[in-house]
Design a protein around this ligand. Structure first.
Ligand code: SF4
Length: 467
């Protein structure tokens, strides 16, 4: 065995390679496989057609989230396509003996929220799901990434996947974050500096004071957004914050098994002297609350700044003009004061309890603007219960907000939660592509604090004035 220093990523990757293929991808073992109603039906059909089964059903976990309604979940789902996908998920998981947390199950919620909160996501694991934002689970020091439908089938049948090993990048953010600057702002800031392709081909490790001092919820937000800069995924070394979060969760190791696993998890850090293919460092003090003004997550800026001019940016002026035209914005515009029609807090990026605490900290004692439609959507039933237990529900309702039921909701608008064409939505989700939140919708990505400030003023507002 080599004694040369290893990165966290190498330690986890190398321990999961089943076979190396010369000049080809590695055959890579998967510890946890999450599935949902949208990308799994075709994969199960493929299994049927090939006449093969599920190799390790106990390593796969299913939840319904992508196209589920966020009101009246006790009623039959009206949309026939969604209803059929949900039925297929129930049938397929039943047939193969896979855990299924469907609508109405108290453990139901967004796949990247329920995995960690139930103790399924653990340090040092390899985790995949047919959803791009599987990178979320990297917050625990796991290698986690999204896969396509044919790969879902591959993992179901063999528990392995063919993967070329990505390059390694380390992004350090050092110093102390300022007032009103959240993990979402850190991630949007990094993407705005690197662009949506700046980490293509890399797996990113986040390091430095800012991530060391961050909660697990915040780390999940950051890792979630890794793929928006093109990275295969992102991860953060597990530490006491990680261990404290996992300890006692229902499916986490217990007793002697906990002690054994903990001893291993403590070895999961990048050794001094390890070499990365690329390393970038930012200062926390340069980051302010962020907002996007364009049609990709890299088109973000500090909320107090003006929209950049094409001449100051790399890339095509015509696509930049097209993007601003879609958004109805002009170069050099201030974002502060722009009218907001919708506010969405939720998704696997910002649908955890800490996000609702932040949102409530601003709306407490204030009123929602009359013209704003707000969708407040917990990431899971567990989060929904916490919202009630902590009194956040009362704060929200007194301020004029209604709490919906868990699901992906307006993150990708596969259910009825669609932003109408031409309307502006401040959204805590992860993508602002044209039509992502509904045909013709215009999305401004931001943190829960910025979303809350917009919801009560009805315009884009710097949340720091309320803190
Ligand atoms: S909230 Fe959005 S990104 Fe997250 S799992 Fe659902 S659809 Fe995917």
């Amino acid at each position: 065995m080599s004694n040369s220093p290893k990165t966290l990523f190498d330690k986890v990757w190398d321990s999961h390679v089943v076979r190396q293929i010369a000049d080809g991808p590695d055959v890579f073992f998967i510890d946890r496989h999450f599935i949902h109603e949208v990308t799994s039906p075709v994969a199960f059909l493929g299994l049927e057609q090939r006449g093969v089964g599920v190799l390790f059903p106990e390593k796969t976990f299913a939840t319904a989230d992508h196209n589920t309604p966020t009101i009246n979940q006790h009623l039959p789902v009206e949309d026939p396509l969604s209803a059929n996908q949900l039925l297929q998920l129930e049938k397929n998981t039943g047939k193969y003996g896979i855990s299924h947390w469907g609508l109405g199950n108290p453990k139901n919620g967004i796949v990247h929220v329920v995995g960690p909160e139930n103790g399924i996501t653990l340090p040092g694991m390899t985790i995949v799901c047919g959803d791009s934002h599987t990178s979320t689970h990297g917050a625990f020091g796991a290698i986690a990434f999204g896969i396509g439908t044919s790969e879902v089938e591959m993992v179901l049948s063999s528990q392995c996947i063919m993967q070329p090993k990505p390059l390694k990048m380390r992004i350090n953010v050092n110093g102390q974050l300022g007032k009103g600057v959240t993990p979402k702002d850190v991630a949007l800031y990094i993407i705005s500096k690197l662009s949506t392709s700046g980490a293509t081909g890399y797996f990113v490790e986040y390091a430095g004071d800012v991530f060391e001092n961050m909660s697990m919820e915040g780390r999940m937000t950051v890792c979630n957004l890794s793929i928006e800069m093109g990275a295969r995924g992102g991860l953060i070394a597990p530490d006491q914050t990680t261990f404290d979060y996992i300890h006692g969760r229902e499916l986490a190791p217990k007793g002697l098994e906990w002690d054994k696993q903990l001893a291993y998890w403590k070895t999961l850090k990048t050794d001094a002297g390890s070499v990365f293919d690329k390393e970038i460092t930012f200062l926390a003090s340069d980051i302010e609350p962020m907002i996007t003004y364009g049609t990709n997550p890299g088109m973000g800026m500090g909320i107090s700044r003006n929209i950049p001019q094409a001449k100051d940016l790399e890339g095509g002026a015509s696509s930049y003009a097209k993007s601003l035209d879609y958004m109805g914005f002009e170069e050099n515009d201030s974002m502060i004061g722009k009218k907001v029609d919708y506010v969405f807090i939720g998704s696997c990026t910002n649908g955890r309890i800490e996000d609702f605490r932040a949102f409530a900290s601003i709306v407490k004692g204030r009123k929602k603007a009359d013209h704003v439609t707000a969708w407040v959507v917990p990431g899971s039933h567990v989060v929904e219960a916490q919202i009630h237990e902590e009194g956040i529900y009362d704060i929200l309702t007194e301020a004029g907000f209604a709490l919906r039921q868990p699901g992906c909701s307006a993150c990708l608008a596969m259910n009825d939660d669609k932003i109408p064409a031409g309307k502006y939505a401040v959204s805590t989700s992860n993508r602002n592509f044209e039509g992502r939140q509904g045909p013709g919708s215009r999305t401004l990505l931001a943190s829960p604090l910025v979303a809350a400030a917009a919801a009560i003023t009805g315009v884009v507002t710097d949340p720091r004035q309320f803190l």
